[in-house]
Write a protein that binds this ligand. Structure first.
Ligand code: HEC
Length: 411
């Protein structure tokens, strides 16, 4: 992977002089009233739905079936409308279409599983809906902040970590971070939560970090939450180990900001090439920090790099560096899959192939995609890729194939 970044840095250097002019044009923002109304509707469907699905007793009560289906269908329809008209978004990042596609697909899958009687699977999918909203909203630190309170209404009696998820999904970042801090650090409740529900505890920590690092671009807040969370008794060891590296990179970032050396925080990135160069810098630091390819120790750097890339795409959605931005986002999200962003990496590799077909870059994207899909379908009985996925891979391979093949060693 290191070689690949080196190869991209090289393309970058060669291309800079010719792309600088094209990169400075910015399309206009569409009116966002209708979009915001759609989002408010999503927020209320999400609250109503989670108020039922989080509680296993309510969820399995037959009298709730109609309400579950109604709210779940509401989510699917709103996500579909978003995916079908991404140009209605006030944000020009082409990722809007990709993220809304994932929300649509996952809500449809949850609804179908529920109707077919796979109840526990459906419940897990419903309960993770908020992370799709959070992932899209927290791409960068731009956009509205809400100040919702959940003191009344259907979600007000849910466990704190779900209230925090809902608040975060509704862009109420500050209230969400306050609740998450309590969940992760309150000496009266946090140790039992960490011990009895280590995965939920871990998810709460990751939500807090994604908000502080990307939506707030605030390493001091991320570091202080992480530091106090690690003092909680019963924290799983795997999280403890990763957190040492995370803390170190967050503190280093804090220093960069203080000394005016973080161009993203000081808003001094102006051109598409500037963003591209900064993202490459962060990813190469991240790759050097990792001890093995899927190691999580550099997650804070990948989160930071992904925010830079999203900002680049928001400002230069059709720029000459956009296909490479898709590729680099694929690289980031492949590693960040534990942040509930499971399939995003593959989504970006595919987008990269469509954006820049028949080039050495699309071949690299195809390689990463194929590798990830084959790994996903590999189990103890070997690799079994469903026929329709094989067909899709074949179509993408043809689209990616470049006439001037890239040497194998540059991966
Ligand atoms: C594909 C990306 C995407 C997804 C997925 C998404 N949103 Fe949004 N949302 C946006 C954008 C873009 C805005 C406008 C941000 C701005 O101010 O520029 C927004 C704004 C909002 C707002 C603020 C509305 C206002 O009045 O200003 C709420 C509330 C909201 N979203 C809720 C949700 C919920 C709940 C979900 C999940 C069920 C969700 N969103 C999923 C992109 C997304």
């Amino acid at each position: 992977m290191h070689k690949l970044i080196a190869a991209l840095t090289l393309t970058f250097t060669l291309a800079t002089s010719t792309t600088a002019l094209a990169a400075s044009a910015q399309p206009a923002k569409p009116d966002d009233g209708a979009w915001r109304a759609k989002m408010q509707a999503l927020y209320s469907s999400l609250q109503e739905l989670l108020a039922i699905t989080v509680d296993p007793v309510k969820f399995n009560d037959p009298s709730q079936a109609r309400a579950i289906e109604t709210h779940a269908r509401g989510l699917v329809q709103a996500a579909h409308a978003m995916a079908a008209t991404p140009s209605a978004s006030p944000d020009l990042d082409p990722s809007i279409r990709l993220f809304s596609g994932i929300l649509e697909e996952q809500s449809a899958q949850a609804l179908q599983a529920y109707k077919l009687g796979s109840r526990e699977y459906a419940r897990t999918l419903f309960n993770s809906t908020a992370s799709q909203c959070i992932a899209c909203h927290s791409r960068t630190d731009a956009g509205v902040r809400m100040d919702w309170k959940l003191e009344s209404g259907p979600a007000s009696r849910l466990p704190l970590q779900y209230q925090a998820q809902i608040l975060a999904a509704g862009r109420a970042y500050d209230p969400a971070l306050e609740k998450l801090t309590t969940v992760l650090t309150d000496p009266a409740t946090a140790p039992a939560f960490a011990k009895e529900k280590p995965f939920e505890w871990n998810q709460a920590l990751r939500t807090a970090l994604i908000l502080a690092v990307r939506a707030e671009r605030n390493p001091s807040r991320a570091a202080s939450i992480l530091e106090s969370a690690m003092k909680t008794e019963g924290v799983p060891q795997f999280v403890k180990w990763d957190s040492r590296d995370w803390l170190r990179t967050l503190r280093a970032w804090e220093q960069e900001i203080k000394s005016g050396q973080d161009p993203a925080s000081s808003k001094s990135l102006k051109t598409e090439s500037g963003y591209h160069r900064e993202a490459l810098r962060l990813i190469s630091v991240a790759q050097k920090a990792q001890r093995f390819p899927m190691d999580r120790s550099a997650d804070m750097l990948y989160l930071r790099a992904s925010a830079v890339l999203h900002e680049q795409l928001g400002r230069f959605p059709q720029g000459p560096k956009s296909a490479e931005a898709f590729f680099l986002l694929g690289v980031c999200y492949e590693i960040l899959r534990d942040f509930d962003l499971w399939t995003l990496g593959d989504t970006y590799f595919e987008a990269c192939i469509h954006r820049s077909p028949h080039t050495p870059l699309s071949e690299s994207c195809y390689r990463k995609l194929e590798e990830s899909i084959l790994a996903g379908y590999t189990g103890s009985a070997g690799t079994r890729v469903p026929v329709e996925i094989e067909g899709k891979l074949q179509r993408l391979r043809l689209e990616a194939q470049s006439s001037t093949a890239m040497p194998d060693k540059v991966r």
